[in-house]
Every structure is written in structure tokens, then in C-alpha cells.
Write a new protein. Structure first.
Length: 217
């Protein structure tokens, strides 16, 4: 939303409505910051609300083009410094970062679901004091892209448990390559030669390889 100004939502959760005495959250009072845009999350207003060593942070580290970047191709954001600044304010066991936009784009074809994915990730990490059923129900009642948001919520939860697996599904990281041993390669070729011609032909290949290996030893 940087193209038309930052969007910041302040959410308070309590067991009783009467327990909430103010709409806005005060300085050093945030329990959880869901940072869909690290530029906004690193702004002074957001940083002032973080309680050093107490707040939880789940931060999207993918860069969202600002107005300056759109209009000036040479504009540069100190992304690493901004991300480090936000994460450094959080509790050591409650600071998390992920490529939510890239994962969302890989899974859903756009970055719109990144916010819900972040929420699912935060819930799985124990940072959202609501039941998963109540969150799913809220998505259903809202009525906007219900199936997509429910899926994004689940993918976010999975990412909190198996990030490498989710990144592979999203196509942003390659699956680890397992290299065959020489014996495995020989056996694979042996099977292929049987299918190509005959067992006798494959036996000739295996015998030739054995002679070559003996000579090289």
C-alpha cells in the first residue's frame, strides 16, 4: 500500500469488551506486530509501540516498491538495516521473518494472500490468543476470497513448521539435489539397457564397466 500511503491497523483482543478502554495502542504496548511491509514496520510510529524484549514480530522481508522507487529507478532502500531494526526490538524467542510475498505469489499467483499467510504463521508460533476456529470463522463471515484466505492461513501455519518445504512448493527454493553413487548410476543404466534391448546387452555393459573399474583401481 506504499504507493498510496501506508496502511496500519491496530487490533486489541480481550475476553471482555469492557476490558478495552482505548482503540489505539500506546507506546511500548504491542504484543505482536504483523509486518506485511517492513518499510511501514520500521517507521518511527511502529517502532515506538514495540516493547523492547517483550513484543513478538512476524515480518515479511520482501520489498514492496515505494513511491520513490516507482518514480526513481536509482532509489534504494536500506532493507537489511530496516529489517534488523524491527527484529531487534522483539523478544529473542518471538522474532520471525519470512518471504511472505514470494511464498504467496508462488502458491496463489499474487501477493494479496501474504497478510493471511503471516497471520497463520503467527498463530502457529503461539503469538495470536485466539482459537484457529474463531479465525477461520471470521474469514468466512467476512466473505471475501474465503477459500483462498483459508488456504493461505493453513499455508502460513505449515510455513511455521516446515519453511523449506513450503518454499519448495511455492517454487522459490529448489529441492535438495541428491547425487547418485557410481554403483547406483551403473544399476540405473543396467535397467535402462534391459528395457532398451535385452538382459544380455545390459550384462555386456556391466561386464565392461567392471573391467574399466578394475583397471582404474
Amino acid at each position: 500500500a506504499q504507493k498510496n500511503g501506508a496502511v496500519v491497523s491496530q487490533v486489541r483482543i480481550a475476553s471482555q469488551r469492557d476490558s478495552i478502554h482505548a482503540v489505539r495502542i500506546g507506546a511500548a504496548s504491542i504484543d505482536l506486530l504483523l509486518g506485511a511491509d517492513f518499510v511501514v514496520a520500521s517507521a518511527q510510529d511502529a517502532l515506538q509501540k514495540l516493547a523492547n524484549g517483550k513484543s513478538g514480530v512476524v515480518l515479511n522481508v520482501d520489498e514492496t516498491p515505494t513511491a520513490d522507487i516507482v518514480s526513481n529507478r536509482d532509489a534504494h532502500l536500506p532493507a537489511g538495516k530496516m529489517i534488523d531494526t524491527v527484529l531487534s526490538r522483539a523478544h529473542a524467542d518471538k522474532r520471525f521473518s519470512l518471504s511472505a510475498s514470494k511464498i504467496s505469489e508462488g502458491l496463489f499467483g499474487d501477493t494479496v494472500s501474504a497478510n493471511t499467510l503471516l497471520l497463520g504463521y503467527a498463530w502457529q508460533k503461539g503469538l495470536v490468543p485466539l482459537s484457529i476456529e474463531s479465525i477461520e470463522r471470521a474469514i468466512q463471515v467476512n466473505g471475501a476470497a474465503v477459500n483462498t484466505n483459508l488456504r493461505a492461513l493453513k499455508w502460513g501455519r505449515w510455513a511455521a513448521v516446515d519453511m523449506s518445504g513450503v518454499e519448495q512448493w511455492a517454487g522459490i527454493s529448489a529441492a535438495p539435489v541428491r547425487h547418485e553413487t557410481l554403483d547406483e548410476t551403473i544399476e540405473r543404466h543396467y535397467g535402462e539397457l534391459i528395457g532398451y534391448q535385452s538382459t544380455a546387452y545390459a550384462d555386456r555393459y556391466r561386464q565392461l564397466v567392471s573391467v574399466a573399474r578394475a583397471a582404474a583401481a
